[in-house]
Design a protein around this ligand. Structure first.
Ligand code: MTE
Length: 326
């Protein structure tokens, strides 16, 4: 008998009606706020957005019961409309204009794709993307995403815990951090022709953060493969951290014994720390982090400690001064 908390979506909803059902549910939940939302919402969602159709994911597993919520995998909050999720992005490899990323990245080809997993591991390996996707069926996880720029979304990601991939390569005892790297190819990522950031985009986690079950290697959203704008074909999602930790279009994952360099910390160390845990009590030097604008909502909402995932992750930072380690 299948576990009711992890029923493949194909068994509870025909794949064809999946998106419609979701859209319908969301429409009901957000209709009131959409009507009430004025210039703020329109400012975040201008007309003329780009629709990029990607293939549906097979074998998607949806956590439906209280178990999913207890894990932090699901939320009782309206999902952010797909159009906003795919048309309001940060992806500097294409453009620094959030509303132009979808169009600028539309033609990005992410197949074939390999990911090298190396460093302090017993079994380093260059994985073909398909080998990675076969490690585990994708699970749908609706996570809050809080950007350091004080806007937020709720996104139904599809993927699996990064820990599953890391276990495959068998980390050595002295490994303490995990470094991530985006593709470097200015011919395919034209933003890399200018020096806005040091390329390639790099990010990092402590090993215990990387092994936490909430840390997601995502290959899809809204039941479909990731569109280029959101980091195709594979990106990181760490829901208790600011969005910039969620590195897109990953080609290398390296286990190390030293804290890796990270792109935004390199660019402005006093503004963007290594941990980058969502913390309403620690302002960015140029703006408050205490509230956020949820896309699709009017007004602002309070930002939650660890983005609402304190129950799951606060223990990772026990005894640490989070003002200093921001
Ligand atoms: N990854 C790469 N390679 N390049 C980027 O510019 N932007 C980061 C992060 N990952 C970025 C990246 C930032 S600042 C945010 S807020 C999130 O991606 C945005 O993810 P989304 O567009 O899927 O919402």
């Amino acid at each position: 008998m299948p576990n009711p908390d992890t029923i493949p979506s194909s068994q509870i909803t025909p794949q064809d009606t999946y998106l419609n059902r979701r859209n319908f549910m969301r429409a009901g939940l957000t209709a009131a706020s959409l009507l009430a939302t004025g210039a703020a919402y329109r400012g975040l969602n201008r007309p003329g957005s780009t629709a990029v159709e990607t293939p549906r994911l097979a074998n998607l597993v949806v956590h439906t019961g209280p178990d999913g919520r207890g894990n932090g995998f699901q939320l009782d909050e309206p999902l952010t409309p797909l159009q906003s999720v795919t048309n309001y992005n940060n992806f500097y490899e294409f453009t620094t204009n959030k509303e132009a990323v979808a169009a600028a990245s539309q033609q990005f080809v992410s197949k074939p794709w390999t990911v090298t997993v190396d460093g302090l591991v017993q079994k380093p390996k260059v994985f073909d993307l398909d080998e990675i996707l076969q490690i585990s069926p994708p699970e749908e996880r609706a996570y809050r995403m809080r950007c350091v720029e004080a806007w937020s979304m709720v996104i139904p990601w599809a993927g699996f815990s990064l820990s599953r991939l890391l276990k495959k390569v068998e980390p050595l005892g002295k490994a303490r951090y995990v470094a991530f790297e985006t593709l470097l190819d200015p011919s395919r990522m034209p933003g890399q022709k200018s020096a806005t950031l040091d390329w390639p985009y790099v990010e990092g986690l402590r090993l215990d953060e990387a092994m936490h079950p909430l840390t997601l290697l995502a290959s899809g959203l809204y039941g479909r493969e990731l569109p280029p704008s959101n980091g195709a074909p594979l990106r990181l999602v760490v829901p208790w951290k600011y969005g910039f930790k969620g590195i897109k279009s990953i080609v290398r994952i390296t286990l190390t014994d030293m804290q890796p360099k990270t792109t935004w910390n390199n660019a402005a160390a006093h503004e963007y720390g290594f941990l980058a845990n969502v913390n309403p009590g620690v302002p960015h030097p140029r703006w408050s982090q205490s509230t956020e604008q949820r896309l699709g909502e009017s007004g602002r909402r309070e930002t939650l400690m660890f983005n609402g995932y304190a129950e799951q992750v606060a223990h990772l930072y026990a005894g640490l001064d989070l003002r200093k380690n921001f």
